[in-house]
Design a binder for this molecule. Structure first.
Ligand code: E4P
Length: 215
């Protein structure tokens, strides 16, 4: 499963990229607004830091405006892929943009039916928002599981990108569900490295290694 970082914070992105394990980055208007920077400038900085798909989101609401905005965003850098929200107008735009060869990540996906429609429209990725569904008392990972199964059954090339991830355990569950990608907030990404028994083990080995002459 590929791992994307779900952030617009350039320091966290550079730290993750230094490990060589970040396959891409997802941003959204909320994440960029938190950073107090211009959207295009930050996306270009991210493209310099990570060589993989970098999602930048459209904010238009009509199909024509979405098509224009997505073309502009896609022209920023060859690695930029465009996020379009799952609406009726959004699906029209996704169909037109995909036909032009623009890579689309369909965002704000909350059901397998929405994922199916986005895939039929030609989206390269669908992003089920697992955490927000869980917050609403539903089983977010079920949408990931069902979408993966539908795409496999019908040999649809669209990839499932598990989004709105709130815990390290959800990353494991997304991998078990067969999600092609999970986009993970930096705190959870770095938490995935940690285990208390690893720390205890290192401490013990270092203490024992001090009892002999180092090689
Ligand atoms: C990613 O593409 C989404 O924008 C993001 O995962 C949303 O996460 P949130 O529900 O924590 O805002």
């Amino acid at each position: 499963m590929r791992l994307f970082l779900d952030t617009a914070n350039i320091d966290d992105i550079r730290r993750g990229a230094a490990m060589g394990l970040v396959d891409g980055v997802t941003t959204n208007p909320t994440l960029v607004a938190k950073e107090g920077v211009e959207y295009r400038d930050r996306v270009l900085e991210i493209c310099e830091a990570v060589n993989g798909p970098i999602s930048a989101e459209c904010i238009s609401t009509t199909a024509d405006a979405l098509v224009e905005e997505a073309r502009r965003i896609a022209s920023w850098h060859p690695n930029v892929i465009v996020k379009v929200a799952l609406t009726e107008q959004g699906l029209q735009a996704i169909r037109r943009l995909s036909a032009e060869g623009i890579t689309i990540n369909t965002t704000l996906v909350f059901s397998a039916n929405q994922a199916l429609l986005a895939a039929k429209a030609g989206a390269a990725y669908v992003s089920p928002f697992v955490g927000r569904l869980d917050d609403a008392g539903e089983d977010g990972m079920q949408v990931v599981r069902e979408s993966v199964q539908i795409f496999e059954t019908y040999h649809l090339p669209t990839q499932v990108l598990a989004a709105s991830i709130r815990s390290a355990r959800s990353v494991t569950q997304a991998a078990l569900a067969g999600s092609h990608v999970a986009t993970v907030p930096p705190n959870i990404f770095f938490q995935m490295i940690q285990h208390p028994l690893t720390d205890v083990g290192i401490e013990r080995f270092l203490a024992d290694a001090a009892k002999y002459t180092p090689v």
